[in-house]
Design a protein around this ligand. Sequence first.
Ligand code: ARG
Length: 459
Amino acid sequence: AENRLWGGRFTGASDPLMDLYNASLPYDKKMYEADLTGTKVYTEGLNKLGLITSEELKAIHQGLEEIKKEWESDTFVEKQGDEDIHTANERRLGEIIGKHIAGKVHTGRSRNDQVATDMRIYVRENLTQLLKFLATFIETILKRAESEIDVLMPGYTHLQRAQPIRWSHWLSSYATYFTEDYNRLKQVLERVNKSPLGAGALAGHPYGIDREFLAQGLGFDSVIGNSLTAVSDRDFVVETLFWSTLFMNHISRFSEDLIIYSTAEFGFVKLSDAYSTGSSLMPQKKNPDSLELLRGKSGRVYGSLSGFLMSIKSIPSTYNKDMQEDKEPLFDALTTVEHSILIATGVISTLNIDKERMEGALTMDMLATDLADYLVRKGVPFRETHHISGDCVRTAEELKLSGIDKLTLEQFQKIDSRFGTDVKDVFNFETSVERRDATGGTAKSAVLKQLANLKSQLN
Ligand code: ARG
């Protein structure tokens, strides 16, 4: 037990399986940089208090630099007794600059405020990176929507053909979800970026360290105002996981639409080879694996959120080892989300659309609402026109016509005398779409406004 940082009061050896079970180094070494930066700034705080001299501080900073290089070049040698990234870095610092000086860096600090600090820095860096990838993803969708603004397609409810819409309107709908995700992520970042450092193990700092100074040095916006909360609050992990879950929910729906649109039956879109795979048995197959993985991987992110929520339910204040279970779900979710954004960006920027198939899928029955609206414009109450238009649909079916547009004026007038010669103008998909020019609608002007509005939210 003597090579452990906390070995003093222990006499018995630990069970080797317990060592493995307890160790977080295999996964928390990802945070080596945050850990070294945390120690760098923390020792500056100790120096301000006169607890370490400026020469000692210099040696410490040089040692930390060296350790960073070792991690970067993959030459850091892990040793038995390195429980986590914090103990590993401190042990190594002792080897480089001597235990006398290295032994001072942890004065007044606990791994409890240390790990909370490292995690917040790590999450902040990752979310900042995600924001950039997300902005690029949204911009890619917006660009497509602008250049393909003239393409129409069926809009669906219950997966049944409902009303004609612009393809760009569909794109803009997901860009709207993702822009909300973008804004929501910024709000999460604000709550992540608070400093626990200087809270000690739980009760606070015994040497009066300047926590505001530490926060500033580490780029935090503020200090967490209660030391017990500072070490035990993992809400920022939960929020990050919830954000990831909701984002992946949007991604899964986006993917599902495209999977459906890419079937031979629909044939609206063709996935590029770069994001498809073949079948080992059926030579003709081209499968939308990228989209299926995007859809499927949403599940593991949901699992990370719910698993971690269960891990921290009912744990007493303040730090408990249960909290070490925050890392694997968090890291897995961050990686999954990052990869998913990049893959989705690739898919949408290389996708081919089949304008003929999209517009060919529009059918005249999708204009039945427009037919009802035609009579509304002539002063007939909508509830009545809805019925009349339904009559027209049924009559056309009974007469085995290919669509309601094939009814003659006479036949229309037999159903309702208020139909005039101008009824033929109803049967135009472009007209239908262009009528919907109120904010948020599918008319060209309305969609272009949506796109501009979404674009203006990205920065
Ligand atoms: N590896 C630990 C974690 O990830 C660091 C904190 C350990 N603190 C303690 N009191 N044992 O949570």
